[in-house]
Design a protein around this ligand. Structure first.
Ligand SMILES: NC(=O)c1ccc[n+]([C@@H]2O[C@H](COP(=O)([O-])OP(=O)(O)OC[C@H]3O[C@@H](n4cnc5c(N)ncnc54)[C@H](O)[C@@H]3O)[C@@H](O)[C@H]2O)c1
Ligand SMILES: O=C(O)C(=O)C[C@@H](O)[C@H](O)[C@H](O)COP(=O)(O)O
Ligand SMILES: [Zn+2]
Length: 359
């Protein structure tokens, strides 16, 4: 098992990554909780919910909230629906919320926990590869019609208990999605990890030792950044590499058309191309493109409008006065945030889409 401690401004918490650790959840709780509320979805709960409940203290009162899977759950309606269920379950300020699932469950349940009675403890129980990113660092949010994660807070969990056994049932599409964020962390902070990932022929979720190492490498890059800049005043923006276009694609194509990681992978390709043009760096674009292709990432974008994507990109949280600021790389491991003026952005998105709409 790997353990990484994350120091947040008000507290610190441990991220434990290991096989089978769902059977000893009680070992990872920072204190005893009498009233526990678990949020999960209908694809995950049948596999893992009972194991997690069985490993809590026997006298704890447990309420389950099992919702439909998918990005649509990060909605205002679901947010209030879960709050209603928490009041029904008579949770108080000493109660605990458990988020059993991927980034959708973590973001949603975390945001609910951050606002219920002004904030009660919550623990992330990640079940996707992508959730190495979403469960660490304390960003929790729901979506607004205008764009992704526009209603949210910074609210760290009190622990992250990451049982990689859960990855055995994760669909291949979601494996791809998670590895896109690992590639992102490698690009911004760990060149050796990037080389290792590119050297592998295919993604392989079955090698648990390697998976634990990969997740830990990504988490370490993220931890270093969020410890230095928890509230994204400065360098935390680097974790948004690929997201300015990625989030716009997710919203514009319709949530669920591309997974978050698939959209971020496309957004990274765009950001890295722009970086090479701007800084003349060698960012291993051929290796990245080949890795994306041999792992069957969707790279065909026939139906998207450059104008609409640019409008979405202007609503990105990194924008200032509608001016788009993108994360670019001077070199591998040297991210920067750069303003990209409207015309340059529009032209770049137009030619990118043109290329990505050829079969
Ligand atoms: N807060 C953050 O810092 C942060 C970081 C990255 C991404 N995110 C957010 O995370 C979300 C994406 O998260 P995700 O990729 O984990 O997707 P997800 O939570 O939607 O899970 C993907 C799918 O896999 C299923 N699933 C999950 N675990 C499973 C398992 N072990 N076995 C079988 N099926 C399983 C789910 O039911 C779902 O259908 C997006 O909303 C994104 O914006 C947040
Ligand atoms: O933790 C961060 O900071 C990130 O940017 C991680 C991203 O992978 C993640 O998708 C995050 O939710 C994006 O945040 P947002 O502020 O752009 O919504
Ligand atoms: Zn992301």
């Amino acid at each position: 098992m790997e353990q990484i401690t994350v120091k947040a401004s008000q507290s610190s918490y441990k991220v434990s990554v290991g096989a089978g650790i769902r059977h000893r959840l009680a070992d990872f709780l920072p204190k005893t909780y009498q009233n526990v509320f678990i949020v999960s979805d209908t694809r995950i709960a049948p596999h893992y919910l009972d194991d997690y409940i069985a490993s809590l203290l026997p006298n704890a009162k447990v309420t389950k909230k099992i919702i439909e899977p998918g990005e649509a759950a990060k909605s205002k309606e679901m947010y209030f629906d879960i709050l209603d269920s928490m009041f029904e379950a008579q949770l108080d300020r000493k109660s605990l919320v458990l988020a059993l699932g991927g980034g959708v469950i973590g973001d949603l349940a975390g945001f609910v926990a951050s606002t219920y009675m002004r904030g009660i403890d919550f623990i992330q129980l990640p079940t996707t590869i992508l959730a190495h990113d979403s469960s660490v660092g304390g960003k929790v949010a729901i979506n607004h019609e205008t764009g992704k994660n526009l209603i949210g807070s910074f609210y760290p969990p009190v622990a992250v208990v990451y049982d990689v056994d859960t990855i055995t049932t994760l669909p291949e599409k979601e494996v791809r999605s998670g590895y896109a964020e690992l590639i992102k962390e490698a690009y911004i902070g760990d060149g050796a990890f990037l080389d290792q990932l590119f050297a592998r022929e295919k993604l392989d979720k079955g090698n648990q030792d390697q998976l634990i190492k990969d997740l830990s490498s990504g988490i370490k890059v993220k931890t270093k950044i969020v410890e230095a800049d928890e509230k994204e005043n400065d360098m935390r923006k680097f974790l948004n590499l690929g997201h300015t276009l990625g989030h716009a694609i997710e919203a514009e194509a319709g949530y669920g058309t591309f997974t978050h990681g698939e959209a971020v992978a496309i957004g990274m390709l765009f950001a890295l191309e722009l970086s090479e043009k701007r800084f003349g760096a060698n960012l291993l674009l051929d290796e990245f493109q080949s890795w994306l292709e041999r792992n069957q990432y969707p790279l065909y974008l026939p139906d998207l409008s450059a104008a609409r994507l640019v409008t979405r990109m202007q609503m990105d949280k990194k924008s200032e006065n509608k001016e788009v600021h993108m994360v670019l790389l001077r070199e591998i491991g040297q991210p920067v945030t750069e303003k990209v003026d409207h015309d340059t952005l529009f032209d770049a998105v137009t030619s990118f889409l043109e290329r990505m709409s050829r079969t």
